[in-house]
Design a protein around this ligand. Structure first.
Ligand code: GUN
Ligand code: FE
Length: 421
């Protein structure tokens, strides 16, 4: 007799590839322990009596947020009249400086982790601040809430203002110590996080290159080609580089699994470098609009075979829910479509749904959708409080719930095979 068999039942919707949506109305996700055994229209006998039945609700893979700044959570919705470099100096850096205080970090990160999981976000790549202790607190709180993925102690040894700066030596030593302290973690793992080129001296980048070479398990996250003033500044700092990405490549950080947020102004050569190296572009449309950075060429990147996933980029982005990022991506792409003389197609709902579900699953080594053998990461969505409309299909119901999403849309969340909400 097999043990630990159970199932959840509901209207299954998932995306295995960009642009494709699959459905199984009234279907079952069959489970053994924390892992998916398969999906089925019928309930095999051995699962009888162990079914969590969500009736007419919709079950999808949970959401991934591959770029957000945890210590900017207190400034959500603030500073939106500024552009990137002024916004960093006047809002982001002073706010992040407060995370020197552990108690402030604990309180903020407990709330953030709980708000993430409530919205069905179970996987993240998240920036902390430069503070090692607060970063460990962030990792603890994410794990306690059931949010998995990578977190990064930020490296920044220049241009952070008087309250948010580390020396080159401190930055390197603290990073090594932090990586070692966290080498045993299973759910939220360390990720190298040079903030962006203007924050990191060449000596610091050389130090990170050494750490990356010694710890091949550490992926890298940073920012790339987000804003025109930023790009001009990087050119001044690295006159030998014709392209921004080369300032990461020079130090061995441009490699498979590296993720680069924004990529608003990546030209053909930079995009080809991403594709060739296996570097991922993380699209953050809400942030790109709020701090007036621009509209990233997502359609072109996808056509060219660049890997793309999505981030809320709070607090440049003001919305923590990934369905909001998906619909922002669609809106932004329509403006790009119009301003390109309708040459570049806009993103569809099915594509945006993949970018907040399947793309993140792929980044973390799971099969997009409900893959056999993967631990269950799923969200149960409730549209019963929306206007009664019996004429719509299951995929239209999903579309509507993405556009009208709020925390009351989430009935249950599973992470690593365990119900967390
Ligand atoms: N570039 C460097 N730091 C940041 C940040 O905190 N937010 C955004 N959007 N871009 C950055
Ligand atoms: Fe960012």
């Amino acid at each position: 007799m097999k043990k630990n068999l159970w199932a959840i039942k509901g209207n299954l919707v998932w995306a295995e590839r960009i642009g494709e949506m699959s459905t199984l109305p009234g279907g079952y996700i069959l489970m053994e322990g924390e892992g998916i055994k398969g999906i089925s229209a019928e309930l095999p006998e051995e699962y009888a009596g162990n079914v969590e039945d969500y009736g007419d609700k919709i079950i999808t893979p949970s959401f991934s947020d591959l770029h957000l700044h945890a210590p900017q959570y207190p400034m959500l919705g603030l500073g939106m009249d500024l552009q990137l470099l002024d916004w960093l100096d006047n809002y982001a850096f002073p706010t992040e400086a407060r995370f020197e205080e552990d108690e402030f970090a604990r309180k903020t990160y407990k709330k953030l982790a709980s708000e993430l999981i409530k919205r069905g976000t179970t996987r993240v790549c998240i920036f902390s601040s430069l503070h090692r202790s607060a970063t460990n607190i962030l990792m603890d709180e994410l794990e306690a809430a059931g949010v998995t993925g990578y977190a990064g102690k930020v490296n920044m040894d220049r241009n952070g203002g008087i309250n948010l700066q580390e020396t080159t030596e401190e930055s390197i030593d603290e990073t090594i110590r932090w990586v070692e302290e966290n080498s045993g973690r299973k759910l939220v793992k360390p990720m190298l996080t040079p903030r962006f080129i203007p924050s990191c001296t060449d000596e610091l980048m050389e130090g990170l290159e050494r750490i990356a070479a010694e710890h091949s398990e550490l992926p890298v996250q940073s920012h790339l080609s987000e804003n025109l003033d930023e790009i001009a500044w990087v050119k001044e700092l690295h006159p030998d580089c014709t392209h921004y990405y080369q300032a990461y490549e020079k130090y061995g950080l441009w490699k498979p699994g590296t993720i680069m947020a924004h990529c608003v102004y990546c030209d053909e050569k930079e995009r080809k470098a991403m594709k060739d190296a296996g570097v991922w572009a993380i699209h953050c449309p809400d942030s790109n609009t709020n701090i007036a950075s621009g509209i990233a060429p997502v359609r072109i990147m996808l056509q060219e075979g660049v890997k793309v996933a999505m981030g809320s980029d709070i607090a440049g982005g003001a919305k923590l829910s990934m369905p909001d990022s998906a619909t922002e991506a669609i809106r932004a792409s329509k403006l790009r479509w119009l301003s390109s003389g309708k040459k570049e197609d806009f993103l569809t709902v099915a594509e945006a749904f993949y970018l907040i579900t399947g793309a993140g699953q792929e980044y973390f080594g799971a099969k997009p959708g409900f893959g056999v053998g993967d631990k269950l990461h799923a969200v149960v969505l409730d549209d019963s409080n929306l206007a009664y409309n019996p004429a719509i299909t299951l995929t239209e119901r999903l579309e509507r719930i993405l556009y009208l999403f709020d925390t009351s849309s989430v009935k249950a969340v599973y992470s690593e095979g365990v119900r967390r909400v």
